[in-house]
Design a binder for this molecule. Structure first.
Ligand code: PAF
Length: 284
């Protein structure tokens, strides 16, 4: 596996592979790799001749410096995981390589980024959009893979890629979960053992509410109320938001239907977890 640290070298590596007629799949990450990432790598490896993974903790998308500081970093371990999953090139640029002192242009993610994560983490999606476009320009992949756990992120990236005519297919991959249902996240390692056990309530409740909405038309207001009351009475979790949105355009909906997705953010101590469920795919 090639370890690439500069944008120039990354661009050259990709150009070379393209000249050899190879297709390139790309998985951008912030490291602290887990099985959810391996799933994305596996999809790319299956669908492309070459797979590139980037590891870059993007300061621009953290609206909270304590969160940036606490973000888990484990490059040596990540290199082993990437190697084991047959990644061909690992792009690990430094902060200065991506944002040199004279860096000044950023992308504004627009309306789709205005609520949910965007509302509670101001500037987050501008940071995500900016870094993803920079990474796509460095790697020039045919396709880039993202986990649907970050439901709004995928929608923002699709919008930006479409708006800026970037020739890259955006592929969303289902959330990988622990056996008890907790969505895999790099942040899970920071949960206390008690919070880790209680965090399973998030997906349990999402499933229950999605199943209920499939059986009986349920108002979004009732879903929000039920999620908050039940989560907070059965765990230490504090709900930051619950939104029922149209799965395509992410606009809030009045009633939960098979076209809706329930999205939540919950704090356990100083760890913020997000998750979502498409009502359509809710297990009965
Ligand atoms: O989902 C993530 O890990 C990050 O937001 C991403 C897409 C790698 C951009 O920094």
């Amino acid at each position: 596996m090639h370890i690439v640290r500069s944008i120039d070298e990354m661009q050259q590596w990709s150009a070379n592979e393209r000249n050899l007629g190879k297709t390139i799949g790309f998985v951008p990450t912030m490291g602290a790799l887990h099985n959810g990432h391996s799933e994305l790598f596996g999809r790319s490896v299956l669908e492309h001749d070459r797979t590139v993974v980037s590891i870059f903790v993007n300061a621009l998308q953290f609206n909270n410096s304590a969160d940036l500081e606490a973000y888990p970093r484990q490059l040596e371990k990540d290199i082993v995981i990437a190697e084991e999953t047959n990644v061909d090139a690992l792009f690990v640029p430094s902060h200065d390589e991506m944002y040199p002192p004279n860096f000044s242009s950023t992308i504004s993610a627009g309306d789709i980024a205005a609520h949910m994560e965007g509302l509670h983490r101001p500037g987050h999606f501008d940071g995500v959009a900016t870094v993803v476009v920079k990474l796509l320009n460095a790697v020039s992949p045919d396709a880039a893979y993202f986990g649907i756990k970050d439901f709004q992120q995928v929608a923002v990236i699709r919008q930006v890629v479409r708006d800026l005519n970037i020739a890259c297919q955006i592929v969303s991959v289902p959330t990988v979960r622990e056996a008890d249902g907790l969505a895999l996240s790099s942040r899970n390692v920071r949960l206390t053992s008690e919070d880790r056990q209680e965090a399973v309530q998030i997906y349990r409740l999402l499933r229950e509410l999605a199943t209920l909405s499939l059986e009986t038309p349920t108002s979004s207001a009732d879903i929000k109320k039920a999620f908050i009351t039940r989560l907070e009475s059965s765990s230490n979790g504090i709900v930051e938001y619950v939104e029922v949105v149209d799965s395509q355009n992410l606009r809030p909906t009045i009633t939960a239907t098979t076209d809706s997705t329930i999205c939540v953010a919950v704090w356990f101590g100083d760890v913020r977890l997000i998750d979502n469920i498409s009502i359509d795919s809710s297990p009965s």
